[in-house]
Write a protein that binds this ligand. Structure first.
Ligand SMILES: NC(=O)c1ccc[n+]([C@@H]2O[C@H](COP(=O)([O-])OP(=O)(O)OC[C@H]3O[C@@H](n4cnc5c(N)ncnc54)[C@H](O)[C@@H]3O)[C@@H](O)[C@H]2O)c1
Length: 359
């Protein structure tokens, strides 16, 4: 079989100094394709900054660079495109890939800047028979896989509640809400309710993210999701862990807060003691997660099966996040399906309903 022709949109800045102004995620995707040997060949990359494209092409031995991704799509007959730009650009880039005849698009998270945009990307890809995935890579980490296996084995009884504590609901929250979907067997959500504080502007990869949030949502199977986000101690004190699963008879924590804590621990059915679970050196972010995501999406493209990072799963988490922000706007509990098109947080800032001060 001829190798899949892979292209990149957005190559990244500062690959060796990641920050919330740029993680150069393309540098995390590329080794995933290269690890697949002759099944994939990175043939081109596009970036509006020539230096970024040149540095990436040099690092990964990419033969052609473009300043205009549309030109790359028109000339390169690509099978797979990794979209590694900031979120306000994802929607149109994914749509353009799908309409240019690309067979699979692997896009960075969060899906899109708006709920309407997220739905449109998924719809256009479906209409064009394009496999669309998002880089929710934690699904492939040992701490998470092991937590799910323990849950499925009944070690904490039946799942009652899932929670997370982290920086924000949208940019980093997308990973956690996605993991809730994974733990809860992709059961759709029924409603969401939330409140936020947004007094100081916080732009992450160019998009607004609240300072503090408290959110609760319910799934159709009766399981609850909850989160506390922000820089303070509330998430740490009240949720107690990066991700927490509460069952009828026990608790599992991925990334419990505190010095010297294990990456995964469980209080099993019938026990009052915490037990550490070995995850062979993997933490909440890796190593190896991006490579596993890409190995699976390439395999699925060959097999015609659905990757775990598929758009349908990402839509479920995006709907919950946008419903939380819509709850803030309407001051109400929001029932699914979510009947808006925009991003309520962005809109509340634009309209002046929220007026965060420049930091
Ligand atoms: N999966 C994760 O854990 C994770 C971690 C960090 C960031 N991210 C996400 O990755 C995405 C990309 O972030 P990053 O940190 O790689 O950004 P980055 O700033 O490092 O790279 C973005 C690149 O896109 C280029 N670009 C901008 N407009 C373009 C256009 N029109 N055409 C082509 N290239 C264009 C920029 O020049 C830059 O090189 C964001 O959505 C972010 O949320 C994901």
């Amino acid at each position: 079989m001829a190798a899949f022709r892979v292209g990149f949109i957005g190559t990244g800045k500062n690959p060796d100094k990641p920050s919330r102004m740029g993680y150069a995620m393309a540098y995390r995707h590329a080794p995933g394709y290269q690890a697949l040997g002759d099944r994939c060949e990175i043939v081109a990359c596009a970036d509006i900054v020539q230096d970024h494209a040149d540095a990436f092409a040099k690092r990964f031995d990419v033969p052609r660079t473009y300043l205009d991704y549309s030109e790359m799509l028109a000339k390169e007959d690509l099978d797979i495109v990794s979209v590694c730009t900031w979120m306000h650009l994802h929607e149109q880039m994914v749509v353009d890939c799908a309409q240019a005849g690309v067979r699979a698009v692997h896009c960075e998270k969060p899906m899109a800047l708006t709920w309407g945009g997220a739905k449109r990307m998924a719809r256009v890809c479906e209409e064009n028979g394009v496999q669309l995935t998002f880089n929710h890579m934690r699904r492939f980490g040992k701490p998470y896989r092991t937590a799910k296996a323990l849950l499925d084995a009944g070690e904490i009884g039946d799942l009652v509640r899932m929670g997370f504590g982290d920086g924000n609901l949208y940019d980093s929250g997308t990973h956690h809400v996605d993991m809730c979907g994974y733990f809860n067997d992709q059961t759709p959500a029924e409603w969401a309710i939330a409140q936020i504080d947004y007094s100081t502007e916080s732009l992450v990869f160019g998009s607004h993210n609240e300072n503090v949030s408290f959110a609760l949502w319910k799934y159709e199977n009766g399981v609850y999701g909850e989160c506390i986000t922000g820089p303070g101690t509330a998430g740490k004190d009240l949720i107690g862990a990066y991700d927490r699963l509460v069952g009828t008879d026990g608790v599992i924590e991925v990334g419990p807060y505190g010095k010297g804590m294990p990456i995964l621990r469980i209080k099993r059915k019938g026990s009052t003691e915490w037990e550490s679970v070995d995850c062979e050196g993997e933490n909440c972010h890796g190593p190896g997660y991006h490579e596993r995501v890409i190995a699976q999406l390439v395999q699925c493209l060959q097999d015609g099966t659905a990757p775990e990072t598929c758009a349908a799963n990402a839509l479920q988490s995006a709907e919950i996040m946008f419903a939380c922000y819509e709850s803030v706007r309407r001051r109400a509990l929001i029932r699914m399906p979510l009947d808006i098109e925009d991003n309520p947080l962005e809109e509340m800032v634009a309209s002046g309903a929220l007026n965060p001060a420049r930091p």
